[in-house]
Write a protein that binds this ligand. Sequence first.
Ligand code: MEV
Length: 323
Amino acid sequence: MKIKSFAPGKVILFGEHSVVHKKPAIAVAINRGVTTQLESREDNIVTISVPLINYSQQYELVNKKLLFELDSQNKMITDYIYEVIDLFEFETGFDLTVNIEMYLGAGLGSSAAVTVSCIKALSVFNHIEMDKKEIAKTARNIEIKIQGAASPIDTSMSTYGGIIYIDENFELERVNFDMDLPLIVSNCEISGNTGQLVESVRQTYVKYPEIVGNIFNAMQEIAKKAKSAFENGDSELIGDLMNLNQGLLDSIGVNTVELSDMVYLSRKYGAKGSKLTGSGGGGCIIAYCPENIEEIYEQLNKKYPTFKCEQSDNGVCAQVIEK
Ligand code: MEV
């Protein structure tokens, strides 16, 4: 049996940081993510490889289970794979290859995409029907187990796909959008520490409650307006709102020289809107490029690892290539 599954990554288009303070946000699943290939074997050997990080391991099944120990100090992307494997029992061995087709640890939801894609491949392999609700919940529990805390955003985006509006109570609502969303993601290859950044924003809020409170309110208005902009297909407004959100993120201290460089470079060559995405302090920017995408891509890619992408409407999916 041969199975291939895909789960998308995500970008936050509006509302990072303010979402922590109960304001709405908008996230978009992208057509870059994680493809998992699984091929059954006739023996009881299990091999696991992750080419992006040159990882490969081989085990033997013992009583239908794979026995492994995780390093509790050093969290690795492979921990998510092992936790998924631990959900199942196996009659035969298999070769599992997890291809991560985006940047790791750069705010694009790579761990959620790995988890969701592996759950899909392994459940199909074991003839277990899991609906999307169950996949999202299982993946979220694994993220909580490994990370200690996790919002449902990343695992929901990888499972359901599309554009999602997260309201002030963390309820997720699908946003209808009938146009293409040509995006560019550029990575400055410096990692921001999400926990520290969230804490430093909290401290600024405590120090200047009226000012920062109003900045969060403005971010809220942006996210709400952006939802209608998507529903009305108003690309001009989507771009303007991204630029406004970027200015506000800068004002609360999560922007960096490198992120600004990428943002201004993309705007110089024609991006309609561009901003940092995720926690900031490093990581990626997202540029909305309905025009001139090739030139913007080339200019950014000269200095920073860059890819083009669009929204992924479908979420996780699997294909049985050989029975
Ligand atoms: C990080 O990707 C986004 C933040 O808003 C934190 C969070 O929502 O958990 C900064």
